[in-house]
Design a protein around this ligand. Structure first.
Ligand code: ADP
Ligand code: MG
Length: 563
């Protein structure tokens, strides 16, 4: 090698590396899944670019991944003939962390190893997980289409710095050499390696190759050379027929796709032919990623066109309020040279989005029959689904059916009551669905506005999520019944009041006109009007918001934002 220089890792990379080595011990085998996944991504990227420029294959279009244990050297090598990296790529990808959420991720770490390792799983540990088992990692790589002299060498011991150099590499692609720690030599064992590849990387779409055991020599013959064997299935799972795929295979594929450790809660696999022509495999995860609420966080589906990988995180196929879904869409309706820009204004994409939205809502609807599982979903993603009615007018009713609330009926903070449950319990003569919004469940449950409802035994939804007021401003009715904020305007209980009560209220109003006028004068600067109320039984007075004013919770949010 001509010359190497030393460079420092970014602070955050140093922290991450430290963490890898010290916290991920219980899950160390995932390094192999991550490195194979990178090699497979590299193959996908190359075949995608080669669609435009076939020369990039350099006469070698059979994309493969090789796993090469070397017992003498104590090294494990993962090699691919994918896209490879230029010197700039190496510095950008392996010297810093490409993901924008890294700093945020590090902030979220709790120090509890079990919890943190799950976080790392969601985060996708990637390349750096090599340092869980290796005390030195070397990378030899050359970009497809570049000259042999433009090979790049990268090496690090996982401390604060890495070496960077240039060397001659006739072969395109990337070779990663792990110098295994003394107590990690189990990863040289071919049987162990094979079983790991089958467990984690069976669904990688290109062949993963490894030398088999040498066949025993016949008497008097030269010992036979071991042969290369393909050790993964290497078929794109979603192209297979549903009836041939076991639940376990679906779950394995989910983990491969999402880098998640936990099982998916549910999935839906569909092949559609006709006006639209596509196959989709959508998964509902069981755990929210840490960056669910970050604007820039990657989301979306893996997009294939006619079985060719096009891009990760294609976000145009699902609305934002379903951003927790994971999966694959493989379509014949788009051209192979689609770009993100084209996806943005494409009519076919809009139709696919509508179809996949329905499918996702279908998954949730089906799941809702299983209360226990649905509660898991709701706890993780309920607040995101609440964005639905505002974002997706067409599916407002379908989303509304999937919502769950805390109410005065259960007396519990858990959000378990559906609007349909509520409607089924409505009192005779009750025409509206009542709700109260506050900044905490306690304040909602203790709201003085509830007094009259309690007296009459009418259920009220108790809303206290940040998003709730926004949700209610886009959900004006359910099943033909208006949703009514009990803290807004004059409360009209309509049929629920009997004649005698109405009469008594009118009497009270007359009796106290002088008093309310006097109070209105004194508070003139602060309130719009003062009136007697029949909604209170224990409290002497309460504040209400006029029918069309912004609500109290929204007001607090706007105030906090300096409006
Ligand atoms: P991620 O795969 O989520 O982007 P990683 O840490 O696994 O994160 O990898 C970082 C980046 O390094 C990849 O995005 C890719 O650009 C590059 N990279 C890693 N391994 C390879 C490889 N075998 N071939 C080409 N590029 C690679
Ligand atoms: Mg990766």
């Amino acid at each position: 090698m001509a010359h190497t220089e030393k460079r420092e890792f970014q602070t955050e990379v140093k922290q991450l590396l430290h963490l890898m080595v010290h916290s991920l011990y219980s899950n160390k085998e995932i390094f192999l899944r991550e490195l194979i996944s990178n090699a497979s991504d590299a193959a996908d990227k190359l075949s995608f670019l080669a669609l435009q420029d076939n020369d990039l294959f350099e006469g070698d279009g059979e994309l493969r991944i090789w796993i090469e244990p070397d017992h003498e050297a104590g090294t494990l090598t993962i090699r691919d003939n994918g896209i490879g990296m230029s010197r700039d790529d190496v510095v950008a990808n392996l010297g810093t962390i490409a993901r924008s959420g890294t700093a945020e991720f590090l902030k979220q770490l709790s120090g509890d190893q079990k919890k943190d390792s799950r976080l790392i799983g969601q985060f996708g540990v990637g390349f750096y997980s090599a340092f869980i088992v290796a005390n030195r990692v070397e990378v030899f790589t050359r970009k497809a289409g570049a000259a042999a002299s433009e090979g790049v060498y990268w090496a690090s011991e996982g401390d604060g710095e890495f070496e960077l150099g240039t060397l001659e590499l006739p072969q395109r692609g990337t070779r990663i050499v792990l110098h295994l720690r003394d107590d990690e030599k189990e990863f040289l064992d071919s049987w162990r390696l094979k079983s790991l590849v089958r467990k984690y990387s069976d669904h990688v779409a290109i062949p993963v190759m490894m030398l088999g055991e040498p066949a025993p020599a016949e008497e008097g013959e030269e010992p036979k050379q071991p042969e290369l064997e393909q050790i993964n299935a290497a078929t794109a799972l979603w192209t297979r027929s549903k009836s041939d795929i076991s639940d376990e295979e679906y779950q394995d594929f989910y983990k491969h796709l999402s880098h998640d450790f936990s099982d998916a809660l549910s999935w839906s696999h569909n092949r559609v032919e006709g006006k639209l022509d596509y196959t989709s495999l959508l998964y509902l995860p069981s755990k929210a990623p840490f960056d669910l609420y970050q604007r820039e966080a990657p989301r979306g589906l893996k997009l294939y066109v006619q079985r060719v990988f096009i891009m990760d995180d294609a976000e145009q196929f699902l609305p934002l309020y379903l951003r927790f879904m994971k999966g694959v869409i493989d379509t014949n309706d788009l051209s192979l040279n689609v770009s993100r820009e084209i996806l943005q204004n494409d009519r076919t994409v809009a139709s696919l989005k509508a179809a996949l939205t329905k499918r996702s809502l279908g998954i949730l609807e089906k799941l809702s029959a299983d209360e226990e599982k649905y509660a898991v979903f709701w706890k993780e993603f309920g607040a995101v689904l609440k964005e639905g009615p505002a974002e997706d007018f067409a599916n407002r009713e379908a989303v509304a059916k999937l919502l769950r609330f805390a109410t005065t009926h259960t007396g519990d903070e858990a959000q378990t009551v559906s609007l349909a449950d509520y409607v089924a319990r409505m009192k005779e003569g009750q025409t509206a669905i009542y709700y109260v919004v506050a900044d905490s469940h306690r304040n909602a449950a203790g709201s003085p506005h509830l007094e009259v409802f309690r007296k009459k035994g009418i259920e009220v939804l108790l809303l206290s999520d940040r998003i709730d007021e926004w949700l209610m401003s886009h959900l004006s009715e359910f099943d033909g019944k208006p949703l009514q904020d009990v803290a807004r305007g004059a409360l009209d209980l309509g049929e629920l009041e009997d004649e005698a009560e109405k009469k008594a209220h009118e009497e009270t109003d007359k009796q106290y006109t002088a008093l309310t006028e006097e109070i209105a004068k004194i508070l003139a600067a602060d309130v719009e009007s003062v009136r007697t109320s029949h909604r209170l039984t224990d409290s002497p007075a309460c504040l209400v918001v006029a029918e069309h004013d912004i609500g109290a919770q929204m007001r607090r949010i706007l105030e906090a934002a300096g409006q």
